[in-house]
Design a protein around this ligand. Sequence first.
Ligand code: C5P
Length: 249
Amino acid sequence: MRSFPGATRGGDDDPNAMRCAVIIPAAGSGTRFGGDLPKQFLPLGGRPLIAHTIGRFHRHPSVERIVVCVSPDHLATMQEIADHFRWGNVKIVRGGESRQESVLRGADSLVRGGLGDDSIVAAHDAVRPFVPADLLDRLLEALAHADGAVPATMPTDTIHRIDGGVVVETPDRSLLAAAQTPQCFRLGVLQSALARAIEEGWPATDEAAAVARCGYRVRVIEGDPRNIKITRPVDFESAVRELANWSDE
Ligand code: C5P
């Protein structure tokens, strides 16, 4: 695979577009829907859910390469999907035991492929197929002024901290943000933060948590309500309805 400088500007369609690589962790067992196939491989509108997600990035002018991290059991399934869609710039690697390990393996593979510490990388959940192109544009812009950039929505529900089914604390809602993906970082920052999180056993359900805990400045920008994470059967029903609003040219 050819190497390219990650932090440059340029592109075939938009001369001002930032270049980035994308890591898609997809090694979760996702047994919440029952059945053998993890939800990222279930069909949505006639193609696997993950194919919608990857396709969205594959068509984005700023995205130069994509790494998908899958469990050893699904390497062949993922390869079949990539072959079917003729995605030349999609690399498939083995994921790890945790999301953090999967993303780190993706990052390591980008380094092996020639990317440097300053290259820009976006980590994105396999199960968020409705990522608008302008969201990635806004994140790349925000990254110019911070060590990380993540999208989030402001919760409209009140969020309680609970213990044993009982409310123990109610944080000020105006100080809370519900993080989405893609989450953008410089490759070196992401790699070192994830390595430290794994070594020190930090619980982190997204990349921003580890990067911020290392002392880096992670900027939060406005997320998109359409950018849903498909985790429950009811989300799948919403996704089927939402699909009608998206074109897959
Ligand atoms: O745990 P959660 O559902 O938030 O997982 C988010 C993403 O991380 C999913 O796309 C899932 O496939 C991925 N993941 C992974 N490796 C693991 C566990 C989860 O790539 N070991």
